[in-house]
Design a protein around this ligand. Structure first.
Ligand code: SF4
Ligand code: SF4
Ligand code: SF4
Ligand code: SF4
Length: 282
């Protein structure tokens, strides 16, 4: 944006009416910015900033910002907001407006989806590599003989004092549909995490990428009509991996660094490749 910002009262009112995102309740606490996985890794997607620009009615600027295309639609920002503001809903609306006004073509939108799918596949591949390296560091006996990994679902019924309700799963698949990472099921499928654990495959799941590429967005849990807490099952599997040495300290540090690197490359590629089409302002 160049020059002084001019608040657009009419646009603000229109956005408020068109999107039920409660943006006027934002008091800029920043919780959404802290929780956003893209922002944490790249410092390039601040939902709070978008909400405040919407509060100023800066519609023309908003629909041309790269941030709205970096968003993974995980809705962590909305879940964490103490004021029930829904930045994710606002972003979905801004994308739709950009699309409706012809700022982004169908082929560019498809390319953006491809970049996002690639992001998650690269994250999963990195976890596989790092877990394989961790396995080399692990002393005998091999994991398959380790009694510390439960073969029953019962130890997964509670995580950190919260019931996971894992035994209530009836394999409907709603959690898979709601999961923003589950576009490629070899990367992550919350149904597989829950059903697999229930059927006694925790040992196999803790050496898979799923528990680690999970964004902890809770969309699976929110979608489940039987109130199974898929995000807690993912956390319980991570904890089991830590406790049994499948994921050692070296893995944890390396995964943190690698994930930051992969998210950074995703943001760079998206801004570079869509920038020409969108004439990004940032
Ligand atoms: S968490 Fe909610 S109130 Fe806090 S900055 Fe974000 S949108 Fe505003
Ligand atoms: S939906 Fe997820 S990726 Fe998008 S702004 Fe919110 S927290 Fe960030
Ligand atoms: S939505 Fe709930 S019941 Fe359905 S598969 Fe997922 S965890 Fe199981
Ligand atoms: S919390 Fe659930 S919906 Fe969100 S990324 Fe993890 S498995 Fe998918």
């Amino acid at each position: 944006m160049n020059g002084a910002v001019q608040p657009q009262g009419r646009d603000r009112q229109w956005i408020n009416q068109a999107v039920k995102a409660e943006i006027n309740l934002c008091f800029t606490c920043g919780s959404c910015a802290v929780e956003c996985p893209v922002n944490r890794a790249t410092n390039r997607l601040d939902p709070r900033r978008l909400v405040w620009m919407a509060n100023l009615g800066l519609m023309d600027e908003l629909i041309r910002l790269p941030e709205i295309w970096l968003c993974l639609n995980c809705r962590k920002c909305s879940h964490v907001c103490p004021m029930t503001v829904k930045p994710a809903t606002l972003i979905a609306f801004l994308r739709w407006e950009a699309f409706r006004k012809g700022i982004l073509s169908e082929s560019a939108a498809q390319h953006r989806r491809t970049l996002q799918d690639r992001l998650h596949r690269e994250r999963a591949a990195a976890v596989r590599d790092l877990l394989a390296e961790a396995a080399q560091r692990r002393p005998a006996p091999p994991l398959s003989h380790a009694p510390a990994v439960p073969s029953s679902w019962k130890p997964f019924a509670v995580y950190d004092g919260h019931e996971t309700r894992i035994s209530s799963c009836f394999a409907c698949g709603e959690c898979s549909n709601a999961c923003p990472v589950c576009t490629d099921r070899s990367v992550l499928d919350p149904l597989v995490l829950v059903r697999g654990t229930l059927m006694g495959y925790a040992r196999e799941l803790i050496v898979s990428p799923g528990p680690w590429v999970c964004l902890q967005c809770r969309s699976c849990s929110a979608a489940c009509s039987h109130r199974v807490q898929g995000h807690l099952v993912a956390l319980a599997l991570r904890e089991t991996a830590r406790r049994t040495g499948v994921a050692d300290e070296v893995f944890l540090r390396a995964w943190k660094d690698k994930e930051k690197e992969i998210f950074g490359a995703y943001a760079d590629a998206l801004v570079r490749e869509l920038g020409a089409v969108l004439n990004f302002t940032a």
